[in-house]
Design a protein around this ligand. Structure first.
Ligand code: GLU
Length: 319
């Protein structure tokens, strides 16, 4: 009696399944961000939200935390991700085979569009006595996890200021969410970080302890910025973070959304079109995206444009 009921129910369900039109499987798309408290993860999550809202019948976008720019570029090459966020300086180096990619250019790397500017920062607690970059001598300082974009920027800053991370101070390679925590817990004295503003990774320690941000503006920094097209001098405005009441001069890169030549033109076109058609929604989704402007989003792309993005920009008459 009971068994018969189950049998009938199963038969009905199977009948329904067979007669229902077969739903086309959605394509999973992986989008790599960086540390969970940074802004890249927000880029990956917010664009994924927009894609799943407007193109959800076709795609299932998944934003993932990762090790950062260098990790993302390498993961795109391996085909482990479809999209990722990376610093404009790292893109240039990867495509041209320098720095982390010395003699091993990532020729498959493709640009889609630029996002927010990211400042190179050195953040400390007020009680460490660190007031200028040179003062990190003898201290414990996070220079960024291998795979992050900030690690390369920290190494450039250290070289220009004549500091050696193997002997002048104790260098740590923490992921940023660990570094922010370690600063509050006094397990480190300072961290280097290259990120859009405002970032939760700096807001969090700034609300727990008194922080100080150190200018990175030596003549050698300005010279490097002049020589390299992907850097600009800038300032983090006073009041961006609690307790930092004056403008902090430093240099900046641009966060860019990148992909690989092996990702299809259709997927890239659908993504780029949906993002630009809903740009106001993306701008409203995080304070660091507030000032995005179409014209600027098409600049600073150091790897070649992906044909799927180019198609959309041409249709719009933007290029
Ligand atoms: N610029 C950092 C990197 O390339 C990530 C910053 C962020 O997560 O917003 O790894």
């Amino acid at each position: 009696m009971f068994g018969k009921k189950i049998f009938i129910t199963l038969a009905v369900i199977m009948g329904l399944a067979l007669s229902a039109p077969q739903a086309k499987a959605k394509q999973d798309i992986l989008f790599g961000g960086a540390s969970i408290t940074g802004v890249y993860y927000q880029v990956a999550l917010q664009i994924s939200n927009i894609m799943n809202k407007y193109q959800g019948d076709k795609y299932n976008f998944i934003g993932r935390p990762t090790g950062g720019s260098v990790f993302n570029i390498n993961a795109l090459e391996r085909g482990a991700f479809d999209f990722g966020v990376a610093q404009s300086d790292r893109n240039w180096q990867a495509f041209n085979g320098s720095a982390d990619w010395d003699g091993r250019p990532i020729t498959s790397l493709r640009s889609l569009f630029s996002m927010h500017p990211e400042t190179v920062m050195l953040v400390t607690r007020k009680d460490t006595g660190i007031e200028k970059v040179e003062d990190i001598r003898g201290k414990r300082v996070n220079i960024g996890n291998p795979g992050s974009g900030q690690r390369g920027n920290a190494m450039d800053v250290l070289r220009i200021y004549g500091l050696d991370h193997t002997k002048d101070f104790r260098a740590e390679g923490l992921q940023q969410h660990e570094a922010s925590r370690a600063l509050v817990d006094r397990n480190i004295d300072a961290f280097f970080y290259t990120v859009g503003n405002p970032s939760a990774a700096i807001e969090e320690p700034a609300t727990s302890v008194d922080i100080r941000m150190i200018p990175i503006n030596a003549p050698g920094i300005k010279k490097m910025v002049e020589e390299r097209p992907y850097y600009i001098m800038t300032s983090i405005p006073a009041g961006t973070y609690r307790g930092v009441d004056q403008d902090i001069e430093t240099y900046a890169v641009t966060a860019t959304v990148v992909s690989s030549e092996s990702v299809s033109d259709e997927v890239v076109y659908d993504m780029v079109k949906t993002v630009f058609e809903n740009l106001d929604e993306l701008k409203a989704s995080h304070a660091a995206f507030r000032n995005l402007v179409v014209e600027e989003m098409l600049q600073g792309l150091s790897a070649p444009l992906h044909p799927g993005a180019e198609k959309y920009f041409k249709e719009q008459g933007w290029m």
